[in-house]
Write a protein that binds this ligand. Structure first.
Ligand code: MEV
Length: 340
């Protein structure tokens, strides 16, 4: 039986340790956050797909497309890229189920899009979950995560399964790529009460471009960059132990080491580094880029100094964000049946 209208949501994320190296088979530690993306899928009687992205924290926009024709009256690049994930999510899920239906998709985000908090993965996962549930299927979380990874790879050309896994499963997880189409996910903690401050500066580069930048560096300096990537993997293993022992001093030191390695990979920039060093000077035990870099978000571990660190980041030109860590992954909220 098809359900007429389903709302699902999925959380954003911060990568605690291991971004970029995760693309090359090293493990990463990543946590969900308390801000979510909500997607409502409402089945239509025709084969058209209409997307209403009225709150993607860029000016609202409505687009309609049927077959391959996309009608859009905006030039807001970030909205368009979020829409590419939505459109591809519906295509990939339809192909997997061997069934497709026109659908109205409404999107609402509690996070800024494209900031490095995993909004594209959250949009993707919530869309796959809402759409497949509306069609009457109950896919398990592994299927949702895998389809969503396929969507990210299709849209970005290259992606690890990290973002789509954390937004599907929630909690704090360790992710490792095992091959081009295989990976493992292990839950480390369900909840996470690390005293983290998130800072944000405008992004200058897209995730895809940053991944390609690291790949280019690796091609030119294979031995050096491979060692940096392996060392990030070692940092992740140590960080897992520190996290489980609640050893904040070691976690802070390891964040700083991870940041030095990310900087060596060329994904940090002056504005991010300004926030990172301001946070440390204000008392943070450690601070680093979180996500792809090139602008976007940093995290600082700041037990007892969260307010000072927030002020320092703001004075250095950043915005800050308060949110809880860990907790619920993707969920269905409401489902309305078309048959009485
Ligand atoms: C992006 O949030 C994290 C990267 O490691 C890319 C990926 O894992 O797909 C840079």
């Amino acid at each position: 039986m098809s359900l007429r209208k389903v709302t699902a949501s999925a959380p954003g994320k911060v990568t605690l340790f291991g971004e970029h190296a995760v693309v090359y088979g090293e493990p990463a530690l990543v946590t969900s956050i308390g801000r979510r993306v909500y997607v409502t899928a409402e089945l239509r009687d025709d084969n058209r797909v209409k997307i209403v992205a009225s709150d993607l924290q860029v000016p609202g926009v409505t687009v309609t497309f049927a077959d391959d024709e996309l009608v859009v009256e905006t030039d807001y690049g970030r909205t368009l890229s979020a829409i590419a994930y939505l459109k591809t999510a519906i295509e990939v899920a339809s192909k997997y189920l061997g069934r497709s239906r026109g659908v109205n998709v409404f999107v609402r985000s509690e996070m800024p899009v494209g900031a490095g908090l995993g909004t594209s993965a959250a949009v993707t996962v919530a869309t796959v979950l809402a759409y497949t549930t509306a069609l009457g299927y109950e896919l398990d979380k592994r299927e949702i995560a895998k389809l969503s990874w396929e969507v990210e790879k299709t849209v970005q050309g290259v992606a690890s399964p990290m973002d789509t896994s954390i937004t599907t499963f929630g909690g704090v997880i360790k992710v490792r790529l095992l091959g081009s189409n295989n990976y493992e996910v292990r839950e480390i903690l369900r909840c996470c009460d690390l005293p983290i401050v998130i800072g944000y500066v405008e992004r200058e580069a897209k995730t895809k471009d940053l991944i390609l930048k690291v790949r280019g560096l690796k091609e030119r300096y294979a031995g050096i960059v491979e060692d940096i990537i392996k060392t990030i993997g070692m940092v992740v293993e140590e960080a897992e132990k520190a996290l489980l022992n609640n050893d904040l001093n070691s976690l802070g030191e390891l964040m700083n080491i991870n940041q030095g390695l990310l900087d060596a990979l060329g994904v940090s920039n002056k504005r991010l580094n300004d926030l990172i060093y301001a946070a440390r000077a204000a008392g943070a035990l450690g601070s680093k880029v979180t996500g792809a870099g090139g602008g976007g978000c940093v995290i600082a571990l700041a037990p007892g100094t969260q307010e000072r660190v927030e002020v320092a980041m703001k004075l250095s030109g950043g915005l800050t964000m308060k949110t809880s860590l860990g907790g619920l992954g993707a969920v269905v909220h409401t489902a309305e049946s078309s048959t009485p």
